[in-house]
Ligand binder design. Structure first.
Ligand code: FAD
Length: 543
């Protein structure tokens, strides 16, 4: 084994970058924990991802922690965090980074105090790093992490309030997606190409775009750590990194999704395959799944099912297709007012509902899926089902850069006050959209309202004024119950109904007008108003 371990004492050792294949040897050497100090992406494709190493370490029965730190920019906060980890991890601990030097330095800062840190000078390249940046000279007024619906919309709204604000968006993707359209794509009612635009075309004029991913947050040092090894400093930070789709968490799913009759509207790539399967299926069994929370657009799993049934009914083949819904949750929809109209469609389509039923494995080529089904006493039974078509809404989780940072709450989301959207521990930080801990329905419609709240409150904070606006939990799930009709579910905290068009659309009845709104009006409003700082249909609750 080529592992080069330096033992500092009986409890602590360091090593250069390790790989999953080193883990057996590390366990055999008696280590009980592994601590990764190297930011993901720093070493390009050759560097194993933290999740991959973590999985191997935990599979070997050891504990794993990820504390990414930047070469040449170690802070007192980094040292404090290292001290906390050293106190909590089972010993002996093996820490690693690119060369081992950064972990060694962090260890001495954590164990010898800040004086040692302040006086350290080094010529070690692993500590200085080619990527270190002079962040006092490079201070950004407002840094927004994530250029999705919430991040871009907020940047535009802030610019409209004060055009000379220095705003920076950190976003790794070249493409911006309007994800609410993917339900319609899977139902053959929307062109998938129209749901995507180049990121450069939606970044508001005058806003700087750093094309990189955030790998961590240092809120005490007011810095965002990037996956290219650099760091960006800020006065005010807004986290809008969305939520991560995790098909990899279900054995067999990631390798089969998009073929073998297995599809998902939760991705630009596979939503068109849903429609291909629906058009082609004439008989057999179609299964639709819903994962445990958190989930973006909680109505989307059943929207896919109703639109598929609508097409099969149109073709006259619905009677030959057995439709089953496996929902990890306990109810059809979280707001009780909308359940009766949905149940009318469940009955009309003869859908077999299963609750507390969680997809746990898929074998695409064999056309089989397995579910863990929990009964009222909490007993779990594993159920095997064959399928001709399987529509999966994959598990979803907070982004790693948030979950592993001091910004996260117990659920891994950015921990904010649900009314002000300000971070509960760091007053100069806000969060909105799918990434934040507010208990609203995670939708673009929610982000549309949250943008105004964050923009107003952040501007007030800058001026030393009290917050003028509060978020009421508004979210919207246009439930596509059949081709041409929608139950327009709009609600706030506690399931309170908040219908925008109460004089036009009955919120608990399927409506043609709501279909036109979703298919034609809302996409137009999204691209031309929400992403351009025009706050239509977004009036916030005034304090
Ligand atoms: P996103 O729009 O997902 O953007 C997050 C951004 O963060 C992305 O650009 C990503 O690249 C970036 N990012 C991720 N990690 C990092 C990182 N480490 N560093 C920097 N940037 C990062 N909403 C509705 O209102 N109505 C609907 O009918 C509806 N239907 C839906 C149907 C489907 C199938 C899906 C998938 C979603 C639906 N939604 C709907 C939900 C809606 O799309 C999301 O709630 C909305 O996009 C959330 O916006 P966001 O900015 O928080 O996240």
């Amino acid at each position: 084994m080529s592992l080069d371990v330096t033992r500092h004492n009986t409890d602590f050792a360091t090593a250069p970058q390790i790989s999953p294949s080193d883990v057996a040897a590390i366990a055999a050497m008696g280590f009980r924990s592994v601590l990764n100090n190297r930011p993901d992406g720093e070493g390009g494709v050759d560097q194993p991802h933290s999740d991959t190493i973590g999985e191997a370490v935990m599979a070997a029965g050891l504990q794993y922690a990820y504390q990414p730190v930047i070469s040449g920019q170690l802070t007192a906060a980094d040292a404090v965090r290292m001290g906390e980890l050293l106190a909590s991890l089972p010993k002996p601990v093996l820490a690693f980074c690119r060369s081992g030097a950064r972990s060694t330095k962090l260890y001495s800062m954590a164990t010898q105090g800040e004086a040692a840190f302040a006086s350290t000078q080094t010529t070690n390249p692993d500590l200085l790093g080619a990527s270190s940046c002079d962040w006092s000279a490079d201070q950004h007024d407002i840094v927004i992490v994530g250029g999705g619906s919430a991040g871009v919309g907020l940047a535009a709204s802030l610019k409209n309030r004060q055009h000379n604000l220095r705003i920076t968006i950190i976003e790794p993707s070249d493409t911006h997606y309007y994800q609410p359209a993917w339900t319609l794509v899977g139902g053959g009612a929307f062109n998938v190409a129209d749901s995507a635009r180049p990121m450069a075309s939606v970044i508001p004029p005058g806003v700087e775009w750093i094309k990189a991913g955030a790998s961590g947050f240092d809120p005490d040092g007011k810095r965002v750590l990037l996956d290219n090894g650099q760091a960006v400093s800020y006065q005010y930070l807004v986290v809008a990194t969305g939520i991560r789709i995790r098909p990899d968490l279900i054995p067999g799913l990631a390798e089969t999704i998009g073929k073998n009759g297995v599809t998902s509207n939760y991705s630009f790539k596979t939503a068109p395959y849903t429609w291909e399967l629906v058009k082609g299926l004439k008989k057999g069994r179609a299964i639709f799944t819903q994962p445990p929370v958190p989930i973006k657009c909680p109505g989307a799993p059943q929207k896919a099912m109703y639109l598929s049934c609508s097409e099969w009914r149109r073709q006259g083949v619905l009677k030959d297709i057995e439709v089953e819904f496996y929902n990890a949750g306990g109810v059809l929809f979280g707001v009780p007012d909308f359940v009766p109209p949905l149940m009318d469609y469940v009955k009309a389509y003869d859908i077999h509902l299963n609750f507390s039923a969680n997809l746990v494995a898929v074998d695409g080529p064999a056309h089989k899926a397995w579910f863990d089904v929990k009964d009222a006493e909490g007993n779990v039974t594993r159920v095997e089902r064959e399928f001709d078509m399987l529509h999966v809404s994959p598990p979803q989780a907070p982004q790693d850069c948030v979950r592993n940072s001091p910004l996260a709450g117990a659920d891994g989301m950015v921990e904010i006050d649900q009314f002000t959207l300000q971070h509960v521990r760091y007053p100069n930080i806000f969060s909105l959209g799918d990434a934040c801990s507010s208990p609203n329905s995670k939708t673009a419609a929610a982000a549309r309202k949250q943008i105004v709240v964050v923009a107003n409150n952040l501007m007030a904070l800058r001026m030393g004024e009290t917050f003028p606006t509060r978020y009421d939990g508004y979210g919207s799930c246009p439930l596509t119950v059949e081709h041409g009709k929608i139950v327009l579910a709009e609600f706030g905290f506690g399931g309170k109904l908040l219908p925008t068009f109460r004089w036009l659309i009955n919120p608990i009845k399927a409506s043609r007008l709501a279909w036109i709104l979703k298919k034609d009006v809302l996409p137009w409003i999204y691209w031309n108003a929400m992403l351009r700082g025009r706050e239509w249909l977004a009036k916030p609750f005034e304090n």
